[in-house]
Design a protein around this ligand. Structure first.
Ligand code: SAM
Length: 318
């Protein structure tokens, strides 16, 4: 039997809290919203893994950590009015609705918008308004917004969205023309016609399709405000964005970092270069933690990667 409330708590502690999201309102909201109600039927058992999952119309429900990260970047607070572009499953809107006064969310696929609306009704989340349409044009009738969160990646930050920010308002949006890697950008309206911009590193999102986004065939329909960081991202930058500092292998905090994998069925440990003593010490510490604390029976499968059939055999073992 799946213990979903327990899995939810673990997901929040391990995948969100320990990775640096400390905002109490966000952690509490994620403890409250049942992510299993937002995944497709049959995917409930994966609802609390820190991964995006497929939903209808070829779209995705975002990875929980990224949802938390974007909400934290948008600095949403009780009393705020927030616009989300890209309702998708409705999960991120649901999380924000537990924090702010009112959420407006726009989805271009009518089926997704309708399903999300039904989910909100069933859960009794009454402070979310859903609309079908092109979110790159915003929601002028409900503007100005304290925050706008865009969950699909555009060629730039759409002007309409920037103009619908209140002064002091924040727009969080992935931007860039590489389908595999974009930058997460935060644009803050600092005055009637002034904006500041921060770059929060590499991310990967589905495309923002619309009048001020991409066209269906991937070209720009109307460019938003030009980026200050249009240069391609270097490999060291990508590694730096994804890397986490590790304590010493003998420090119990090192093993604890791998608790985030405790709900997996198989954990494969590999090394970037062969035969370093650090790899073997790290592997021993991680294995010890997963076996002693989390009841794992199989953790490491050689340093050379096994084939898919081998992984499947091991998975069935557990
Ligand atoms: N926030 C969603 C969730 O919690 O499930 C994840 C959304 S998914 C990563 C991005 C969504 O943006 C997709 O559902 C896609 O259809 C939608 N989208 C793309 N372009 C859009 C546009 N111009 N207006 C509204 N929605 C758009």
């Amino acid at each position: 039997m799946l213990d979903l409330p327990r899995a939810r708590d673990r997901m929040v502690n391990i995948h969100v809290g320990r990775r640096g999201i400390h905002d109490r309102e966000i952690l509490q909201a994620m403890r409250e919203v049942p992510r299993e109600a937002f995944v497709e039927p049959g995917f409930e058992e994966f609802a609390y893994e820190d991964t995006p999952l497929p939903i209808a119309d070829g779209q995705t429900i975002s990875q929980p950590y990224i949802v938390a990260f974007m909400i934290e970047m948008a600095d949403v607070k009780p009393g705020d009015h927030v616009l989300e572009i890209g309702t998708g499953s409705g999960y991120a809107a649901a999380v924000m609705s537990r924090i702010v006064e009112q959420v407006y969310t726009i989805e271009r696929h009518p089926g997704l918008a309708e399903t999300a609306k039904r989910r909100f009704e069933k859960l009794g989340y009454r402070n979310i308004e859903v609309r079908t349409g092109d979110g790159t044009k915003g929601w002028p009738q409900a503007a100005p917004f304290d925050a706008i969160v865009v969950t699909a990646s555009g060629p730039g930050a759409p002007l309409a969205l920037q103009e619908q920010l209140d002064v002091g308002g924040r727009l969080v949006i992935p931007v860039g023309d590489d389908p595999d890697l974009q930058r997460l950008l935060k644009v803050t309206r600092t005055g009637a016609a002034t904006y500041s911009e921060e770059d929060f590193g590499g991310v990967r999102f589905v495309p923002l399709i619309g009048e001020q986004g991409w066209s269906e065939n991937g070209t720009v329909t109307k460019v938003g405000r030009p980026l200050r960081h249009p240069h391609p991202i270097s490999l060291p930058d990508m590694i730096a964005a994804a890397a986490e500092p590790l304590p010493d292998f003998d420090d119990p905090a090192f093993g604890a970092l791998f608790d985030r994998f405790a709900d997996r069925r198989v954990v494969l440990l590999g090394e970037a270069s062969h035969g370093t003593s650090e790899f073997y010490r790290a592997r021993a510490a991680i294995t010890r933690r997963l076996v002693e604390r989390h009841g794992f029976t199989i953790v490491a499968v050689e340093a050379d990667w096994p084939d898919a059939a081998a992984i499947d055999r091991y998975a069935r073992h557990r």
